[in-house]
Design a protein around this ligand. Sequence first.
Ligand code: ADP
Ligand code: ZN
Ligand code: MG
Length: 477
Amino acid sequence: MKYETVIGIEVHAELNTQSKIFCGCPNAFGAVPNTHICPICSGQPGALPKLNEAVVECAVRLGLALSCKIAKKCNFDRKNYFYPDLPKAYQISQLYFPICTDGFLEIQTTNTPKRIGIREIHIEEDAGKLKLASLGRATQADLNRAGVPLLEIVTQPDFESGEEVIAFIERLREIMLYLDICDCKMQEGSLRADINLSLKQKDGELGTRTETKNLNSLKAVLRAVQYETARQAEILAKGGMVTQQTRRWDDEKAVSHPMRSKENAQDYRYFPEPDLPPLYISDGQIKKLSKSLPEFAHHKRRRFTQELGISPSAAEIICKSKNIAELFEAVAEGSGNSVEAANLITGDILRLIGEKGLDPEKICLDAAKLTSLIDMVTSGKINRGVYKEAVEAVFLHDADPTAYITQKGLFAVCDDALIRAAVTEAISKNPQAAADYTAGKEKAFACLMGQAMKHLSGKADPAAVRKMLVEVLKENV
Ligand code: ADP
Ligand code: ZN
Ligand code: MG
């Protein structure tokens, strides 16, 4: 029997707002345990939540970017369950009236783009973290993460493969980075994806699904999809039935284990959150937020290739980061040479960022300085070696290009008389090479070229030196 894979995913994104969702505690990763807590986020009796407006703005902006309907009025609901890192014994979430619904995101894994439906985006709070201890020792709870704002993005069961899921997560990550609402680090848990997967026969009804959690890399997502597809296919092939359950992925062993039988909404005893009023969003607010949306990567890529004439592969690399894309555009505009600007960014600049282990989104470079260096190298005022050195000086010390090159005496020798003198000296000191060249040994030319460049301390435009050398050698015949 041939089965088709059906996948829908739930993505949790931790928002990078200054403070937590219902209190003023800082929202920061990696602090000393239990230093960012207060009566509200540590669940003390009588403490009341107050919604952080920045969270609503993040949700609406993401909803608009994913073509969702934005609710004029939405509510919060209480999801009751006990967990040691959830001191209130409930999570404030949105079940009945989520803030955004009915959107989509386009992915491309084949020649034709495919739309993945977004069922909803809802706002909720994160729980703390447990540090599990060995037997006989106490498990420790760190509540710094309790009350960190989350957006949960729920898709329709529209995926047919792990590759499609990965393409979706990558596109979603790009959008959230451009919106600057989440740092999207799967390893650190700021972006988490759960995979719902079932198998069905062609044109048949949807099968029973399982949900796999704890996937902290794209590679793990792909492997978990392959594992679960094979596991369910084997059960069905034997005439068995798939049990609806939540499974936990073990990345080291590349297997998943059942965690719990899948619970239903009823099990959580959801009810409208009595401590928070309904949330109203006006048309004016939506309009204002929609104006704040950046130009997204897919649009920039199209514009850079079609209007600025750079290659699709360069555009792909440049547009991964909004900051880098903006730097590229400023340098391309300033220099009027987009190909040279693209080479600079994809070459030396991204290499330096990688070597220094910097975040491309955070670096700040003066586009005017890079522009002036491009002008100098393309007009022959400096050679490629000096260009590279000066780019590094701008990158590392924000050096002033003209001052730097002048101080170090690196401007190219453009004076024909000086070039002629250097060439003449090279020939007179290497009569054998000159004679060999005249006798037809092309190789001897490189030797003379090298000597002449050395006399010029490497600071002349090689093309100009080459031309002069040919000229003087002809005169000497
Ligand atoms: P629950 O209420 O249990 O959370 P939902 O209906 O909200 O379930 O769906 C959760 C996720 O599971 C969604 O991403 C949805 O697309 C996906 N999903 C639902 N049914 C199936 C199925 N039969 N096979 C694969 N994925 C499914
Ligand atoms: Zn707090
Ligand atoms: Mg759900």
